[in-house]
Design a protein around this ligand. Structure first.
Ligand code: HXC
Length: 512
């Protein structure tokens, strides 16, 4: 018996099949040969099974050889049951290049995401502006950049790089909150190797110019690196689990078995007595937050600073810290940028900030001064001051001078400023201070080295401790390190987002 199919359904079926074939079998095979999934495979692998609803699969433009969908698959679905708006560029159609229609499909999902208060996730794999479209492609990009900027701070935007992202096209991901790059297959650059060669004479390949490692470790453009497309997706799903769907909501609560009042004796002896011996700040963070909940952002870049999400009592917190094991936890240009950006994200999305401070100050030198450490350090200051989410800081060891102030000190608006007994809160370190204050004494001394040692000891005793700050009420309490988790839990139960006075203004002028 032959099955009779309604001709209208048959037509729809064929149209859909054509759309789903993208650029055709041979280009799909080429995509697979590069170790890359197709746009539809990516969406299917990322979202909860069966949750995807596509939008505008039949859009065409002459410049994509009339292939339905115009080189991008867009729509919505769910991740762990939460709504996500999504797009995936289809490299099999004109290299995933961006026409006006292609760009407008993406703009539509960004706008729907904003209107409906859900994150937007993009899988990028594109040759950039579709050359045959000329100015229409640039119009499309401009509209997309505008949508990205308008959505900034309203909904989380995540760009997952799974192929090339050439030219000004890199500015759409750059305007989003997080970039996940896939190792070996993804790349981002403004001008490609050919242009670089013709302008500077430098010979470099795509990966060397703008591969995942470059952006995850040197430029800081990428926040995460996945070793495969599957891993990039897993990172993205995990990231979403820490984030609220929009700026009016709180992040989801993830139940934990970890006792909120768990103490940890190891913390009492973690900071070495010798102020110049480093210790691992990751150890501090991991022992304080809900077990296994620390999720680092920008792990490969500016390692002297640590930023990332974690949970306390199942609720998301943003962790900012110094790492004494990398450049003694000094603040430099990159660390300042890393901190400023993370603080601003947390503030925009209702994530309380916990800051662990151990920094000897800003990095001296012409490279830093000429590179604009003043301008960059100011970003971190500005971001902390502007943040209205609960801010709790804990000085574990060094908090000298400018670094002390920047790192969520009471003076710039911390709700609670705590110190461990090992804290050294001072204008500057003992050696530097003694050299300035006692230059003459040291010159006159019979044994200058012995005198210096004596004076350094005296300075340390007098100034390098948390008690002065506590006497002035600048430190709210000096706590036993073992008690850090219970103290933070109690504090976060008590401190909601306080109403802070902000003078009327359109917006501040953040130093960038
Ligand atoms: C139209 C494009 C295209 C583009 C690739 N294709 N890029 N079509 N416009 N920008 C097409 C190719 O013609 C080819 O079509 C198919 O996509 C696959 O491309 P291949 O080159 O075969 O792939 P591959 O070897 O993997 O190289 C990928 C690539 C390369 C590195 C991305 O294609 C490339 O360099 N493309 C140009 C990149 C670029 O300069 N873009 C413009 C940047 S300026 P067929 O039919 O053969 O399969 C820009 C301005 C944005 O983006 C401004 C915003 C402000």
């Amino acid at each position: 018996m032959t099955e009779i199919i309604d001709p209208r359904l048959q037509k729809l079926k064929e149209a859909r099949q054509r759309a789903e074939m993208g650029g055709g079998e041979s280009r799909i095979a080429k995509q697979h040969a590069k170790g890359k999934m197709t746009a539809r495979e990516r969406i299917a692998a990322f979202l909860d099974p069966g949750s995807f609803q596509e939008l505008q699969p039949f859009t065409i433009s002459a410049s994509s050889k009339n292939i339905p969908g115009d080189g991008v698959v867009t729509g919505f679905g769910t991740v762990d049951g939460r709504t996500v708006f999504i797009y995936a560029q289809d490299f099999t159609v004109s290299g995933g290049s961006v026409s006006l229609a292609h760009a407008r499909k993406i703009v539509q999902v960004v706008e729907l995401a904003m209107q409906n208060g859900a994150p937007v996730v993009g899988f990028l794999d594109s040759g950039g502006a579709r050359i045959q479209e000329g100015i229409r492609a640039l119009q499309g990009y401009g509209e997309l950049f505008r949508a990205n900027a308008m959505a900034s701070g309203v909904i989380p935007q995540i760009s997952v790089m799974m192929g090339p992202c050439a030219g000004g096209a890199a500015y759409s991901p750059a305007l989003t909150d997080f970039i996940v790059m896939t190792d070996k297959t993804s790349m981002m650059f403004i001008t490609g190797p050919d242009v670089v060669k013709s302008v500077t004479g430098e010979i470099i390949d795509h990966q060397g110019l703008g591969g995942a490692h470059v952006h995850a470790t040197r430029s800081g453009v990428s926040h995460f690196i996945g070793s495969s497309e599957e891993e990039s997706m897993a990172i993205t799903r995990k990231l979403l689990s820490y984030l609220p769907s929009n700026n009016m909501e709180s992040p989801p609560v993830v139940p934990t078995e970890d006792d909120p009042f768990r103490t940890d004796e190891v913390l009492n002896s973690l900071v070495p007595e010798d102020p110049n011996t480093p210790y691992d700040m990751y150890e501090v963070i991991r022992r304080v937050v809900d077990l296994g909940s620390f999720f680092e952002v920008h792990a490969g870049w500016a390692g002297n600073a640590i930023v990332g999400f974690a949970r306390l009592e199942g609720k998301t917190v943003g962790i900012v810290a110094q790492q004494p094991m990398v450049m003694a936890g000094v603040l430099d240009i990159n660390a300042s940028d890393k901190i400023a950006r993370f603080v601003r994200f947390c503030d925009a999305f209702n994530v309380p900030l916990i800051t662990f401070v151990d920094s000897p100050g800003f990095l001296p030198g012409t490279a830093q001064e000429h590179g604009g450490i003043i301008r960059h350090g100011a970003k971190a200051l500005y971001a902390y001051i502007e943040a209205t989410v609960p801010k709790i800081s804990i000085v574990t060891r060094k908090a000298y001078g400018g670094a002390y102030i920047v790192m969520s000190s009471k003076s710039i608006g911390a709700d609670l400023h705590l110190a461990w007994p090992s804290a050294e809160i001072a204008v500057m370190g003992a050696e530097g201070a003694v050299n300035i204050l006692h230059r003459r004494d040291l010159k006159a001394a019979e044994d200058p080295e012995a005198k210096r040692k004596e004076l350094v000891e005296a300075y340390r005793e007098e100034f390098c401790n948390p008690y002065r700050a506590a006497e002035y009420g600048i430190v709210d309490d000096i706590i036993e390190p073992a008690q850090t988790r219970p103290v933070l839990v109690k504090a976060l139960r008590a401190i909601r987002e306080p109403a802070r006075y902000v003078p009327p203004k359109k917006h501040g002028v953040m130093p960038v």
